[in-house]
Every structure is written in C-alpha cells, then in structure tokens.
Design a protein around this ligand. Structure first.
Ligand code: NDP
Length: 338
C-alpha cells in the first residue's frame, strides 16, 4: 500500500526556536526513505529524553527547520540500502543520532552511525533500557576516561547528581574510589545520590556550596567539578577547585557560561574543558569500546539504571517541561506509537 497516509509518520518537531514549550509540535511528517546505499531505516520503539533537546528548541544550538528532535532510540531495522552488509531487516538495535529519533522511523547511515546490535529476542524492556541509556551512559563513561580520570581519594563535585547523567557519574566516580560531593536541589534528590555512592551531600537550595566544599575537603578544594549547570554555577565551580583542579563544563541547564579571561585560571593553575560526547566517539574503535562497556554494566547489573518515567511520544511537551522544571530524577523515555 502506498497511500499518502502510509508515507507519513508521527514526530516531534520544531519550525522555530523559542523559550516556550509551545513550539514543540506533535505532527505528521514524511517518513524517511533510503537515499544512499549504506542507509538503514529503523522503526523506533523507545527514545530517551535528554536535556540537550532544550538547547535546540531555544536556539542555543543551531538546527535546520523543520527539525525533528531526539538523539537516541531503540527499535527494529525495517529497510536496508543495497550496500549494507552488517545489518538485516529484523535486527533489533539501539543507536545514537544527531537528531531525528522522536519519530516512528529514523534513517541513519550505517557506515557512519553509532548502532549497537541487540539480541534478536530483545524484550521491550531491554529496548527501553538501551534506547535511553546511550547518551547519558556514554557521556559519563567517556568523560571519566578523557575529561577527568578520577583517582582513589580524589574529591569530585558532581552537579545535578540525581539527574540522568549525574546518576551515572556518581556511580562511576565512586566505583573508582574517589569521593563524590553530590549537589542537588532537594533532599529527595540527594538521598538518591547517597544511595548510588556519593560520600558528601550539598543541597543547593539551602546550603552555601562553596562553604560546604571547603568543609568536606578541609579547605583544599576538589580535584574536579563536573558541572552541567553552566551560567549559574560557573563561579562556584571555579571557587571549589583545588590547585591544579579540572573544571569540566559540559552543559547549559541554567544558560551558557559567558566568555571569561584565561587569567582566571592562573591563581590555581586550573584546567578547563568544554567536552561533548560525539567527538569522544569519533576515534576508531571508541564507539565499539564504550558501547560494549555500557552493555556489560547493564547486563551485569553493575550500574543502577533508573527509568523514572515513560511518556507517549505525543506528551513530549509535558516531559520537556518537567525535565527543564527540575521536577525529575533519573531517565525519562518516550514510547513511540507503533
Ligand atoms: P538531568 O536529568 O540532569 O536534568 C537537569 C538537572 O539540572 C535538573 O534536574 C536540575 O537538578 C539541574 N538544574 C540546575 N539548574 C537548572 C536550571 N536552571 N534549569 C534546569 N535544570 C537545572 O538532565 P540530563 O542528564 O539529560 O543532562 C544533564 C546535563 O548534561 C545537561 O546540561 C546536558 O545538556 C548535559 N549533557 C551534556 C552532554 C555533552 O556531550 N556535553 C551529553 C549529555 C548531557 P537539580 O534540581 O538537582 O539542580
């Protein structure tokens, strides 16, 4: 059947940027078609929700409109281009993509894409876990290897510690023998961080973060601050760092860090990084290495993955408002209509 209707699919897209959630449309949009011999088309079942979508909606990161949001999903391959050797129709996969996963179908170039093959009998639950673990899990895994490698005895500040990336960071950093100083805005969120291994807790709604860091580190400061909050916490992160400390600024939840003078770093010989996940996966073999590492952690149950809420694709606007309104913990996932 090739009716017009069958060539449309449901997606979440934006046609313009705005602070307002009202630009998020649950809309009919053309289904992707194979256009290069290495393309595959994936029918999505679950797609993880990540804070980065807010930056595309607001225009902090550029995009070509109309822009279909979404960076990760899991589902089944339903079409392959003529030169595709590694995948066949019916394969169950999880993958990350630069946009386009808040949709029933996504086209990816299998020669360049980051695709993880799942077992052919992978359950819906498994698709849900893998379809929402890749961005947060791989961010944390690559950052603790390449941005700052925590060592036994280090004191490390982790902001938004009960959030999706934050939960992974708390667990990975603690498992290396470093002391996590978790920051979150409620005691409920801090309890989550504590259960995951955080040694010290700071409630950013009541406590003075700098004073608490000084107390916990006996005035020395932290070896690293993993700061995803951006504008509002930049000064506090700088102040919290020990001599030779590393400032890993990796998100803009409160806004973009304004330009600053390099002179700010000299007093303590600090290092500053502004890393992104995708470049850490661009080295040959790095996707295989880190996606396998994450799979092992998931399969061995060595990492606590908590999908706290599932929304139908049509409710993405509600999910976005809850995530950006700081009302959520752990991972949020969209269920895609089949
Ligand atoms: P989270 O689940 O961590 O949610 C964001 C959290 O940020 C909130 O729950 C809140 O926690 C905290 N927050 C503090 N200030 C604000 C604010 N003004 N507005 C909204 N939230 C605020 O989201 P994700 O795990 O999806 O992402 C976490 C961060 O990591 C984001 O900044 C994201 O962009 C970044 N990221 C960066 C990547 C990269 O490659 N560089 C890859 C993946 C994520 P609390 O209430 O406890 O303060």
């Amino acid at each position: 059947m090739t009716s017009i209707q069958s060539k449309l699919q449901k997606v979440i897209l934006i046609e313009e940027t705005s602070e307002s959630f009202d630009v998020l449309q649950y809309a009919d949009f053309p289904r992707p078609e194979i256009s290069s011999p290495t393309d595959v088309i994936i029918k999505n079942k679950y797609s993880g929700i990540n804070f980065i979508e807010a930056y595309f909606r607001k225009g902090i990161y550029p995009s070509k409109k109309p822009y279909v949001l979404g960076r990760e999903a899991a589902g089944e391959i339903v079409e392959v281009g003529e030169n595709v050797k590694d995948y066949t129709v019916g394969d169950k996969v999880a993958y990350i993509s630069n946009g386009g996963t808040f949709a029933q179908f996504t086209k990816v170039d299998s020669s360049a894409a980051h695709i993880l093959k799942l077992k052919n009998d992978a359950s819906d639950e498994s698709l849900k876990v893998y379809g929402s673990a890749l961005i947060s899990g791989l961010t944390a895994l690559t950052f603790v290897d390449h941005a700052y490698k925590p060592e036994k005895g280090d004191n490390i500040l982790v902001w938004a510690a009960a959030g999706s990336v934050g939960r992974y960071l708390v667990q990975l950093i603690s498992s290396r023998g470093a002391n996590v100083i978790a920051v979150a805005s409620t005691d409920e969120k801090l309890n989550i961080a504590k259960k995951l291994g955080a040694k010290y807790l700071i409630n950013s709604s009541k406590d003075n973060v700098s004073e608490k860091v000084a107390e916990f580190t006996k005035g020395k400061g932290v070896q690293c601050s993993f700061d995803s909050i951006g504008k509002d916490t930049f000064e506090t992160s700088l102040e919290a760092l020990a001599v030779k400390g590393t400032f890993v600024s990796f998100g803009n939840a409160s806004g973009v860090v304004p330009p600053f003078s390099l002179q700010r770093l000299t007093q303590k010989n600090l290092k500053v990084l502004r890393p992104q996940l995708f470049p850490y996966l661009s080295d040959e073999g790095s996707w295989e290495k880190y996606s396998q590492k994450l799979s092992e952690l998931i399969e061995n149950k060595s990492i606590d993955i908590e999908i706290t809420k599932e929304y139908p694709l049509s409710d993405y606007k509600i999910a976005a408002a809850e995530l950006e309104g700081r009302k959520t913990t752990g991972k949020l996932v969209l269920k895609i209509p089949q």
